[in-house]
Design a protein around this ligand. Sequence first.
Ligand code: NAI
Length: 395
Amino acid sequence: VGLWLVGAFGGVGTTITLGLATMARGLVDQTGLVTDLPDFRELSLPEPGDFVVGGHEIRRTSFQESAEEFRRNTGVFDASWLSACRDDLAAASSRVRPGPKLGLGPAIARLADWETESEPATARQAIDRIKADIAAFVKAEKIDHLIVLNVASTEAPFGIGEPHQTMAALNGSLSRTDALILPASSHYALAALEEGHTYLNFTPSLGASFPAAWELAETTGSLFGGKDGKTGETLMKTVLAPMFAARNFKVMSWVGHNIFGNRDGVVLDDPNNKSSKVETKDKVITEILGYKPASVVSIEYVPDMGDWKTAWDHIHFKGFLGTKMVLQFIWQGCDSLLAAPLGVDLARLADLEKQRGGKGLMRHLSCFFKGPEGDDENDFFKQYARLEEYVASLR
Ligand code: NAI
């Protein structure tokens, strides 16, 4: 199975790659992987060592360097894992290609230092270059099933319009040079879907979330899913909000402040890019409760915290006889270590679905996402129950 990481050398991409290598070598157990739970163990899921990692990046570095940087700044990863997996990381680094710079937006473009001889001028050229890189990987590594997993920086929201409604309209616009027709994330999505590969979007960026891309996935029979991994504060929100609803408490306000210091934070420090994240974080409560409490979501970049994120949530609610009460929680998580196992789970479950001959949107994966594609259900327990039903149906 090929796992093609967009944003390969980032925190999540690096942790997935090192995580697969350490698991394959038996250096660590699989705590944190949903697919390691007893219900999943009898399924024909690929093992960590079955994945061949490749990908795209816009920063010129390597898995070895990014893992070392991560270890220094965040204090995770045992130094012995890095030396034991040095060859695996080097091999995977050699399969990472420079990503096109078209459609990055200013905040992400500032990170890009991997120079190439020429840069695409149109979306069509960007898509074709991505396709050529992926095709070379598939051929060289004899890949049966390729999964493109977007773990690249969060883009600013991208307004879609007429050309994004059908593939016929979109195809007519992909060669335009006078306007940016798609953000970078969607170039990768279309490159994957045009070839019948699987596409998963772990970020809030546009990716395949527009009607023409869905139509394309249907035509080529590609599997897809998204978007924005549900790992920390939002996971807590979608676990707690159903409780308030079920006890008929009225939530008056839900305030969440997040501080963290990784590279994702650098990009999210830009107000445009931040607004994509705030949107997916904020929506879930309204959808679960059925009304919109007053809310504040802040995300602030504090460099010395590295990949450690602290979220403080203050929930003000009303109970019997109008009595006002408060629930507060503090979540201190290590972002990439929360995200990476879900990336592996998604890839394993997508491969299982491929083996079954599945096509199209994988709704049973909603519990992994903050903004589940084509699904209004945000209640974590209902989402998870659906995944359990799916697993039971395979037995
Ligand atoms: P990061 O900043 O460490 O990594 C992102 C990487 O993507 C960087 O190395 C960057 O150079 C690269 N990149 C950006 N645009 C690219 C492009 N067009 N083509 C190729 N490479 C590109 O960020 P991190 O922490 O790894 O997060 C990755 C993504 O996952 C972000 O969008 C984040 O919002 C999302 N995410 C992360 C979660 C978590 O860490 N717990 C939870 C949910 C989503």
